[in-house]
Write a protein that binds this ligand. Structure first.
Ligand code: GTP
Ligand code: MG
Length: 557
């Protein structure tokens, strides 16, 4: 309710002249409400899903007049919040106060038809608004009013970090620059809600929920959108068949495994998304994967989407990562920093392969934080012991139970700074006995490896599995070499103290601290260097590295 009051006030003001400032204020207050409230992921899902149901996505012309746009839409009811963004054109997300406004809006929409093309008559909440009267250039949309949906390039980040005065501040600054914004998170839930409208043609009771880094607290602007088609409200999975009365007639349509059911559901939904999904392009059905999925690009949002079904363990992992991230602010900051560092050095990649995944890397950070003295976060076994009766979850024979009430978790008072933790993280993995030991966040202790694999990280919920089974020896070696190099760099006074110059002045500031760790490595190997050469940012980074080297040589000579 507090949020709504604020956004109401924000709307009244935004019709006046101070649109941009008012919007920034509203975003900040929403964010701080969320942080202080420490909502469970379940509550967050419920709130965001409900908001998304009352929202529409509108393609605008860049000449759209904001005042007229609002006036036009307000005819259908009160608007709670709106924002603009760019993705091959300008789009607006508009959240109405009431669901009826969306119905009213859709009643009046026209379905375009041309002489050469015809449209599928499916009324989605993705709309297009044109010709709203004469153009008043003083109130047109400008880039300034658009909310960014992607991160700054790495060379920009390096410059920004170099201007900070401590490594702790660099880490906070990186987290701030990379984390999902309030607007981006709304857009993710809206895309899920738009897809749900398609899926409900087959399964009226279904929901589509985001999981993975879109909601686990570790998502970077621009990360993919992992979605789960949730049919649990229909399947009555845990309901006992009554002795008498009605049950669904399944005899004729019984598949021989749950996997086959998932594949057939995703196949028809994938087909539907491909044929009728507005803005959904490049639909691929990847049904033979370990976890069957439909992959496509949602053009209006710019999200790369992965739709899965019957993937409850992944939702549980998301919940666990979210919980750990909420327990102590250092968790998220360290994960963001390590993820960014890993991406900069090609330790992780957007292409599947023998690389360490972001998920594995996050588990490695969590394990490290459990190993501090005193530990910063508790073990998964401890979280299971704190669980109440309502938390009990068993998925396909695996115990996925852990506490959902944050207030039951007592943390120990570890006062290490982010700077200390970052250095210790690199040292920890530079010397970790990977050849013998497995990383285990359930116990918070390394265990003897149960099977041969260069990197063994126990899957927290399916404990017989290794989440980093894909990683080969040379990728692990690169990771270790980079950890050694970064640990070493942080110990050098030349790189671990601000270099001065640049701050507020002319030219690029000299990279120092965390910024130095993001520059191309000397030990990363030929393969990655080749790969980097193709990336446009590399020249700039090379230049920054050269300038650092030159300055160091000048100092020494
Ligand atoms: P991004 O790289 O930012 O997309 O991170 P992500 O956490 O979203 O990873 P990804 O899209 O690869 O996977 C989505 C979610 O699926 C993860 O957050 C996990 O919950 C789950 N997941 C991914 N890989 C594994 C795995 O190897 N094992 C298990 N158990 N879960 C996984
Ligand atoms: Mg993902």
């Amino acid at each position: 309710a507090k949020c709504l009051q604020k956004t109401d006030a924000f709307l009244h003001r935004s019709i006046g002249t101070d649109v941009v400032i008012a919007r920034a204020e509203a975003t900040r207050s929403d964010e701080s409400d969320e942080k202080n409230g420490r909502k469970s992921l379940h509550t967050l899902h419920m709130e965001r899903q409900e908001q998304a149901e009352r929202s529409v996505l509108i393609s605008c012309q860049s000449s759209t007049n904001e005042k007229k746009f609002l006036k036009y839409l307000s005819k259908h009811g009160e608007i709670n919040k709106y924002f603009f963004y760019e993705s091959y054109g300008v789009y607006a997300v508009v959240e109405f106060a009431n669901q009826e406004s969306v119905t009213s809006l859709l009643e009046g929409v026209a379905i375009p038809g041309g002489s050469h093309e015809s449209a599928v008559p499916f009324k989605s909440r993705l709309l297009s608004l044109r010709n709203l009267g004469s153009v008043d250039s003083s109130n047109q949309l400008s880039g300034r009013q658009c909310q960014p949906q992607t991160t700054i390039p790495i060379n920009e980040l390096i410059k920004r970090l170099s201007r900070e005065e401590s490594i702790d501040k660099q880490i906070s600054s990186l987290t701030e620059a990379y984390q999902l914004t309030e607007e981006n998170s709304r857009l993710r839930f809206l895309v899920c809600s738009l897809l749900k409208d398609i899926a409900t043609a087959y399964f009226p009771e279904c929901t589509i929920k985001p999981f993975g880094s879109s909601v686990n607290g570790f998502g970077k602007l621009g990360c993919d959108l992992d979605m789960l088609l949730d049919l649990d409200s229909i399947t009555g999975r845990n309901v006992k068949l009554p002795k008498s009365g009605l049950s669904l007639e399944y005899q004729m349509k019984r598949a021989n495994s749950e996997r086959a059911v998932t594949q057939s559901i995703l196949s028809v939904i994938g087909e539907c998304v491909d044929q009728f999904g507005p803005g959904c392009v490049g639909v691929q059905k990847i049904l033979n994967a370990r976890c069957p999925l439909v992959r496509f690009a949602h053009q209006p949002s710019g999200f790369q989407c992965d739709l899965t079904a019957n993937n409850r363990v992944a939702m549980k992992s998301t919940e666990l990562l979210y919980l750990y991230g909420e327990l102590d602010p250092r968790v998220r900051s360290l994960v963001f920093t390590v993820r960014c560092w890993a991406r900069a050095h090609g330790v992780t990649s957007s292409i599947p392969g023998a690389w360490i995944t972001n998920f594995s890397l996050t588990v490695m950070v969590l394990f490290f934080l459990q190993k501090r003295t005193p530990p910063i976060i508790p073990t998964l076994d401890h979280l299971r012991d704190l669980a109440g009766p309502g938390d009990k979850t068993v998925i396909e024979g695996n115990d996925c139970t852990f506490v959902s009430d944050f207030n039951k978790i007592q943390l120990q008072s570890n006062t290490e700074t982010l700077e200390q933790l970052l250095g210790e993280f690199f040292e920890f993995y530079a010397t970790f006995p990977f050849s013998r030991m497995s990383i285990n966040i359930r116990k918070g202790k390394e265990q003897n490896k149960p099977e041969v694999a260069p990197l063994h990280i126990q899957n927290p919920f399916e404990t017989s599995l290794n989440v980093s089974k894909n990683v080969n020896a040379s990728q692990l070696d690169r990771f270790v070499a980079l950890c050694q190099e970064s640990a070493w760099l942080l110990q050098q006074s030349e790189t671990s103290t601000p270099r001065g110059g640049g701050a507020g002045g002319e030219g690029a500031p000299t990279p120092w601290g965390l910024a130095t760790l993001l520059l191309p490595s000397q030990v990363a190997g030929i393969k990655s260097r080749k790969k980097r050469r193709r990336e446009p940012a590399s020249e700039r980074i090379k230049g920054l590295l050269e300038s650092l080297k030159n300055k160091n040589q000048l100092k020494k000579s």
